[in-house]
Design a protein around this ligand. Sequence first.
Ligand SMILES: [Zn+2]
Ligand SMILES: [Zn+2]
Length: 387
Amino acid sequence: MPILNRAAELQDEITTWRRHIHRTPELGFDLYQTAEFVAARLREFGCDEVATGIARTGVVGVIRGRLGDGPAIGLRADMDALPIEETSGAPHASTVPGKMHACGHDGHTAMLLGAAKYLAETRNFAGTVAVIFQPAEEGGGGGREMVRDGIMERFGITRVFGMHNMPGLPVGQFAIRPGAIMAATAEFNVRVRGRGAHAAMPHVGIDPIVAASQIVMAFQTIASRTVDPTDSVVVSVTKFNAGSAYNVIPEQVDLAGTVRSLKAEVAALTEERMRAICEGIGRAAGATVTMDFKPNYPVTVNDPGEAAFAGDVAATVAGEAAIHRAVAPLMGGEDFSYMLQARPGAFIFIGNGDTANLHHPSYDFNDEATPHGVSYWVKLAETALAA
Ligand SMILES: [Zn+2]
Ligand SMILES: [Zn+2]
């Protein structure tokens, strides 16, 4: 398997970085130690420019090739952790209570640092590689803020690429697809206000629990009866809060949940139907229903040509048999979507082997995946910027 020899040599050093980051997780935009660590490494490697403080704690390293002029491409990693108490028992487990790298962003950061070290040593390309380290992927929209802060223009980036580890996919394999690969996400809150009453006299009140239950059930018809069966949508009610006594019909119910879809039109149609359901059931029950719908990350859409290119690059590292070029899209969200709205590119999954799932308290990034990821990044840069 043509993993670059140098990438294999770097594995121990990269693992040391990865475990250091794993021990000291930080959340959201508050990645002061992590960003400082990343910037220090990039300076050590001799990057031509190291820009810090983008979207608060984002870092971009610029590496110019020695084979002449050419365009600039962006390679992106995320650096933030999650508010989860780690139970992995690993010797390098989190030392910060209530925070852990449960999505492998420590591994993404370390692999991109490894690629930056290699590329700064060899510079075997024409043009510029911008290594992008962003904060706040887990809900804060750090990717959006990096784009708003103008990284595409400032570094002249014409194409942009992202990578995420995938538990369950064997180490040494990659998975990608053209078009939508990660879902658009939205969160909603619904408040159903009825009229409280003695539980033995429901006819003198307006029971918000019955109305809210009808709303929950009616929401389930959006996927089955409203949206085209060949399209995907998830409407999950994840909170249903009401009541405090056996014999009291409460005044109100608060519902909340999330919507996932793979097309902007489907997201819009779902919101419209949810509003109609809330209004109609509220009116029928005599309850007042209000809904607050907050769209979050947009769909992550791979440019078909760039997805084929990224798949070809992965095949040079891992062999064609190890590349899944039509992986099913995931209904999770990803803020790399904002970078792909700004520039064409592709998002690829790299096998993390048989580990706990993402966001699980016993998850750990698999350091064995590192040489594969580093080789992919290096090959991608050298191929996209071939002289
Ligand atoms: Zn995550
Ligand atoms: Zn993640």
